[in-house]
Design a protein around this ligand. Structure first.
Ligand code: UD1
Length: 417
């Protein structure tokens, strides 16, 4: 079941429920390490990254069980912060266990974390911020050893709004001695969700949703019962699937208020997006309109994780668009397979491309190379004339619970094979 087969050309119609957010669930699961009591995390998506995180928590000695509507975690018995193997090297977000484990055990040994191949993805901001809090890092043969005699609150200014570094600092700060003031924090809704979870466990984090967070230290956390919010990136993926195919869909539970920049782009491409009681309703134009320029940016800007999907929708737009990727290099790996399908895309440099709309794409066999780019190729298959097969879909399943079933509910002719 590593490939997805699509017969394109159907305008998507109907409604689909949006799964819980991957990027919120992962750091929240890491946050359950900070208490000896049981936490219950509802609406976690059933995706391979979450299974990977569960395995990591178990390997640390946590009791974890997936129940009807959520994951129950108890970390009372964790003994040592040692992490290695595929779950850590294959998943960048395993990095957020660093802050949580330092908060809980004071020492961590971990293999260098991996994740999607979208740029170099350094971790210098994580390391320098945690060093300011008293952590000493040493590196030996692909392993990072982090130890703190005592974690101290600090005044930290991030030069770049890194989501992962912000989360690590918060996780380390709640149990540190003294308060932490974090300036230049990432404002992504997933960071806010982590803060709300920690506050429901007894942490005191102020300024949630802003770039200036104040975390009170010396807290002893208790267990929490928390519901992971809907995934704005999955919602955006299906939104662009509707835009790309000229469809009309209801994205149930889609977080309208977190999708302003995305909805604005869809509207400029001719779609009507309406906040409904059940979620977000999208009525797309028959053929997408072009926009002169699309630029990714940290939240509340247009998310880098939806850049490939917007690019795909623009391949058949009436006109041309320059796309600028400002967050990660190496995020245009979909260009080559899209060209194979008939798209007219010119690479200007590592950070920008020009897409000239063509009449239609043609179905082809293409390969997913990373999570979001892989999902974007599925969208290209939905638009294309004839049959497409996207192979190596393990990347897609890292973030999408059931992309084929979801799209079938919207009328797409798509199966995993
Ligand atoms: C998170 C998301 C990912 C999303 C990204 C940007 C999770 C699990 N992943 O990734 O889906 O695409 O935010 O919204 O939540 N940087 C450094 N040094 C560092 C850390 C980051 O230079 O130590 C740079 C990165 O190379 C990148 C930028 O900062 O250019 C933003 O990266 P960051 O926000 O940290 O991304 P992640 O947390 O890895």
């Amino acid at each position: 079941m590593d490939s997805i087969q699509i017969h394109g050309g159907v305008a998507l119609q109907g409604k689909v429920r949006i799964q819980g957010s991957k990027n919120a669930a992962l750091p929240i699961l890491a946050g359950t390490l900070l208490t000896k009591e049981t936490s219950y995390i509802r609406n976690c998506p059933k995706i391979s990254d979450v299974y990977g995180m569960i395995n990591l928590l178990k390997s640390l000695g946590c009791h974890v069980s997936w129940e009807e509507s959520g994951i129950r975690v108890n970390a009372k018995d964790i003994c040592k912060g040692e992490m290695q193997g595929e779950a850590i090297t294959g998943m960048r977000s395993s990095l957020c266990l660093l802050g949580a484990l330092l908060g809980r055990c004071g020492e961590v040994v971990m293999e260098y974390p991996g994740g999607c191949v979208i740029g170099e993805r350094p971790i210098d901001l994580h390391l320098s911020a945690l060093s300011k809090m008293g952590v000493v890092f040493t590196e030996e043969q692909g392993f990072i050893r982090a130890a703190a005699k005592q974690l101290n609150g600090a005044h930290i200014k991030l030069p770049m709004a890194s989501v992962g570094a912000t989360e690590n600092i918060i996780l380390a700060a709640v149990t540190a001695q003294g308060d932490t003031l974090l300036e230049g924090a990432a404002r992504e809704p997933e960071v806010a969700a982590l803060c709300r979870f920690l506050n429901c466990c007894g942490a005191v984090i102020e300024g949630i949703g802003s770039s200036r967070l104040r975390v009170k230290g010396n807290r002893t956390l208790h267990g929490g019962d928390f519901t992971v919010p809907a995934d704005r990136i999955v919602a955006g993926t299906y939104l662009f699937a509707a835009v790309a195919t000229g469809g009309s869909v209801l994205l149930e539970e889609a977080p309208y208020s977190q999708m302003e920049a995305v909805l604005h782009v869809a509207e400029r491409m001719g779609a009507q997006c309406i906040a409904a009681r059940e979620g977000v309703y999208v009525q797309a134009a028959k053929r997408p309109g072009a926009i002169p320029c699309l630029r990714t940016a940290p939240y509340p800007g247009f998310p880098t994780d939806l850049q490939s999907m917007a690019l795909v929708a623009l391949t058949t737009a009436k006109g041309q668009c320059r796309i600028e990727e400002t967050i990660f290099e190496n995020r245009f790996r979909v260009v080559e397979p899209l060209r194979k399908m008939g798209a007219d895309i010119q690479i200007c440099d590592a950070h920008s491309v020009i897409v000239k709309g063509v009449e239609r794409l043609h179905g082809k066999a293409v390969e997913a190379k990373e999570l979001r780019g892989g999902a974007a190729l599925v969208l290209a298959g939905l638009m294309a004339e004839g049959e497409s097969v996207v192979s190596d879909c393990k990347y897609i399943y890292r973030g999408y619970e059931n992309i084929c079933k979801d799209l079938r509910e919207l009328g797409a002719r798509i199966v995993s094979v």
